[in-house]
Design a protein around this ligand. Structure first.
Ligand code: PSU
Ligand code: MN
Length: 301
C-alpha cells in the first residue's frame, strides 16, 4: 500500500542513511512561493550529507515515501491539499484525497517504510488553554508508540511548553538536548525549560538508538532537540509580543482544531516582517543536517 521510491527502497534495504521529511510544513507551515524552494533545498541538504531524503505525503489516496519534483510541486502549490495527521491516513486513502502529512502521519509512514530518522521544525504538543480546549497534537501519542528518532527544534513556541514536556514524560518518550541542557524554543534557542539529558555527537545519538533496540521495551521515539543557532533566533521580546497578539487573534476569530497551528505560524510571519520565517528555516535546516549525520552514524555502526 505504500509507494516507496526505488532509491529509498534500495537504501533502506542496504542499510544506507535515509532521512524522512514531513510535508505539512511545506503545504501549511510556510508561505508560497518560498515553500517549494525550501522543500527542494531541504532535500539537497540531506544529499549533501550523503543521505537519501524521503519526503512523505499522500497523493490521490496513495501514501508516498519519496516524492519526485513534480510531486513536491503539487504539495507546495495545489489548492485543497489537506493536512493529514495519523488518524486521517485511512480516510484520505479510501477517498482518494491528497494531503500533506504532519509529524504524526509522517512518522507512522516512515516507520512502515523502515526509516528510522526524521527531521522537522518543531513538534506539535499541548496547546495553551488545554484545560478548556483539550487541544493536544496527535504528534505526542504517535511518538509514544513509534520507534523513530525525531530531530526538531523543540516544540512550537506557540504551545504550552512545560505541559508538553510533562506529557512526553508521562508517555515515555525519550528527550535529549543536542549540545545543550536547555529545551530549545523553536524560534528561540532556549524555551526556558531544562532537559535532563544532553547528547553531543551523531554517534552518541546513534548509540542511544541502538540501546533502544537492545532494550526492546516500549516502541517509543527519541526526540533530539536541536536549538536554532542563537544568531539566527527570533528576538525574544518581539517573539513574546507577537505571540501574545496571535493568541488573542486566534481566540477572537474562533480558530480551532487543525487550523490553530497554521494560523499562529502565519500570524508570526506577518507580524515579524518575515523574521519568524527566517528563524523557522534556520532551525529546520540545522535539524535536517543533523538528522542526516545521525542516519549516517547509525549506518556506520
Ligand atoms: N513544524 C514547523 N512547521 C509546521 C509543523 C511543524 O516548523 O507547520 C506542523 C507539523 O506537521 C506538526 C503540525 O505535526 O504542525 C502540528 O499540528 P497540530 O498542532 O495541529 O497537531
Ligand atoms: Mn491540534
Amino acid at each position: 500500500m505504500l509507494r516507496v521510491s526505488d532509491e529509498i527502497r534500495d537504501a533502506v534495504g542496504a542499510g544506507r542513511p535515509v532521512v524522512a521529511l514531513e510535508s505539512t510544513i511545506i503545504a501549511h507551515g510556510l508561505p508560497r512561493p518560498r515553500n517549494l524552494r525550501v522543500a527542494l533545498e531541504l532535500e539537497d541538504v540531506v544529499r549533501d550529507e550523503g543521505a537519501v531524503p524521503a519526503t512523505i505525503a499522500v497523493l490521490d489516496g496513495h501514501p508516498h515515501v519519496g516524492l519526485d519534483k513534480a510531486q513536491v510541486e503539487r504539495i507546495a502549490n495545489e489548492d485543497g491539499v489537506r493536512k493529514l495527521s495519523q488518524r486521517d491516513l485511512p480516510l484520505a486513502m479510501a477517498t482518494g484525497a491528497s494531503g500533506a502529512t504532519t509529524v504524526s502521519a509522517t512518522a507512522l509512514l516512515a516507520a512502515r517504510a523502515g526509516i528510522r530518522v526524521f527531521a522537522t521544525g518543531g513538534l506539535g504538543g499541548v496547546h495553551r488553554g488545554w484545560t478548556r480546549t483539550q487541544d493536544e497534537s496527535a504528534d505526542l501519542g504517535l511518538l509514544a508508540r513509534t520507534r523513530i528518532t525525531v530531530v526538531c527544534a523543540g516544540v512550537k513556541s506557540i504551545l504550552d511548553v512545560p505541559a508538553t514536556l510533562q506529557r512526553l514524560e508521562t508517555l515515555g518518550v525519550a528527550v535529549a538536548g543536542y549540545g545543550t541542557d536547555r529545551f530549545p524554543g523553536f524560534y528561540l534557542a532556549d524555551s526556558g525549560e531544562p532537559v535532563d539529558w544532553t547528547l553531543r555527537t551523531p554517534e552518541e545519538v546513534a548509540r542511544v538508538m541502538r540501546a533502544q533496540d537492545d532494550l526492546a521495551a516500549q516502541e517509543s521515539a527519541l526526540i533530539v532537540a536541536n536549538p536554532v543557532p542563537e544568531e539566527s533566533q527570533l528576538d525574544p521580546a518581539l517573539h513574546a509580543r507577537v505571540l501574545e497578539s496571535g493568541l488573542r487573534a486566534c481566540a477572537e476569530e474562533g480558530v480551532s482544531g487543525q487550523g490553530v497551528t497554521p494560523f499562529l505560524l502565519d500570524h508570526l510571519v506577518r507580524h515579524t516582517d518575515g523574521a519568524s520565517l527566517e528563524a523557522n528555516l534556520a532551525a529546520v535546516r540545522g535539524n535536517v543536517r543533523l538528522a542526516a549525520r545521525i542516519a549516517a552514524a547509525r549506518a556506520q555502526m
